[in-house]
Design a protein around this ligand. Structure first.
Ligand code: FEO
Length: 170
């Protein structure tokens, strides 16, 4: 059974993951309209992954005797100046999500909820991977500079990136 404190914190994280999914969906749609096929593919996958993160939390909360809440979501507020700004925002968003997970881990320890603490370790690892992936992508973007050929290759490469950092084609 989860405590009210843990339940509220987990429900908050469900919202964070749902909003992450919306943010990447908005990025995917922008990229698709702009003709960045690879970036759009990556962002759609990223959005699906965030939804999976949300579902995993919902299942856990309900299994532990809580009731997972499905909240209203904020409309993503994004700067669509360029694909660079998009990936910068993706990185910054993942850093924020990592902070949320860290706070949750702290709460699980102070509540002595070791089942939730154990469950959250998966998210801790996932965040390490997601931040690392975002960093790799930002480094690649820095390398391209204003080279159009490089951008074409980058977009093509993005099709093979997975959002959790596995099977990255360098
Ligand atoms: Fe589920 Fe990328 O945070």
């Amino acid at each position: 059974m989860v405590s009210d404190v843990i339940l509220a914190a987990l429900n908050e994280q469900i919202k964070v993951e749902a909003e992450s999914s919306q943010i990447y969906l908005a990025m995917a749609s922008w990229a698709e309209v702009k003709g960045f096929e690879g970036i759009a593919t990556f962002m759609f996958k990223q959005s699906d992954e965030e939804r999976a993160h949300m579902l995993k939390l919902i299942k856990f909360v309900n299994q532990r005797g809580g009731h997972a809440k499905v909240s209203a979501l904020e409309e993503p507020k994004l700067d669509y100046t360029s694909f660079r700004t998009l990936f910068r925002q993706l990185y910054e968003h993942e850093v924020k999500v990592s902070e949320c997970i860290n706070v949750l881990v702290d709460i699980s320890l102070s509540e002595k909820d070791y089942a939730t603490h154990n469950f959250l370790q998966w998210y801790v690892s996932e965040q390490i991977e997601e931040e690392a992936t975002a960093k790799v992508i930002l480094d690649k973007i820095d390398l391209i500079g204003d080279d159009k050929g490089g951008l074409y290759m980058f977009d093509n490469d993005m099709k093979n990136f997975t959002s959790s950092g596995h099977n990255i084609v360098q």
